[in-house]
Design a protein around this ligand. Structure first.
Ligand SMILES: [Mg+2]
Length: 190
């Protein structure tokens, strides 16, 4: 793909029924804080972006399924997935992301053209090569970038997922409507 950011074609965007997100380097900046409690129990912390979270919420409100697939297991991901009320959260230490996504699509009765995936690095290539809308964060590795049809200007964990959500909903002609629905809900105190 070229280095400039291209809008997502409307016909591609309108086909998307599921958005699948990698976690490390996409929903986070790729850093992990490793530590331990006094009793020696390991603790792993990650930093998530609140603006990304609202973008995910608006995708869901537009009727799009949003799921996480990561090759690293942590309680932090479970917490964030629950907080965002994500449809599916898959953590697989063997990084068998392709199998997981294939099964997820089958379960939901969807084909690859109806899926968007946001990734950043080599474990994401098998999925980026198959989905209808392969997207990467601004600081994705060169191999991941080469597979993508859309790239964020923002980096992973720093608004890239929000940028993607806005680009997708804008391409579908739904962004302004979703923003107004969100504002109306706030005004109504819901
Ligand atoms: Mg990653």
């Amino acid at each position: 793909m070229s280095d400039s950011v291209q809008p997502i074609p409307a016909e591609v965007a309108r086909r998307i029924r599921i958005v699948i997100l990698d976690v490390d380097g996409v929903m986070t900046d790729g850093g992990v804080y490793l530590g331990a409690t006094e009793s020696g129990e390991p603790v792993e912390l990650k930093r998530f972006d609140i603006q990304d979270g609202l973008g995910i919420r608006l995708l869901k409100e537009a009727g799009i399924i949003v799921s996480i697939v990561t090759g690293r297991e942590s309680h932090a991901v479970r917490l964030r997935g629950a907080e965002l009320d994500l449809d599916e959260v898959h953590q697989d230490k063997k990084a068998a992301k392709l199998r997981i996504v294939t099964e997820m699509l089958e379960r939901n009765g969807m084909d690859w053209t109806e899926a968007a995936f946001v990734g950043d690095d080599l474990p994401d290539l098998p999925i980026l090569r198959r989905v209808g809308l392969p997207a990467v964060v601004g600081n994705a590795t060169p191999d991941a970038r080469a597979c993508a049809s859309w790239r964020a200007t923002k980096e992973g964990g720093r608004g890239a997922v929000r940028e993607f959500a806005e680009a997708l909903l804008t391409a579908r002609g739904e962004w302004a409507e979703r923003v107004e629905a969100y504002v109306s809900d706030r005004e109504a105190g819901l």
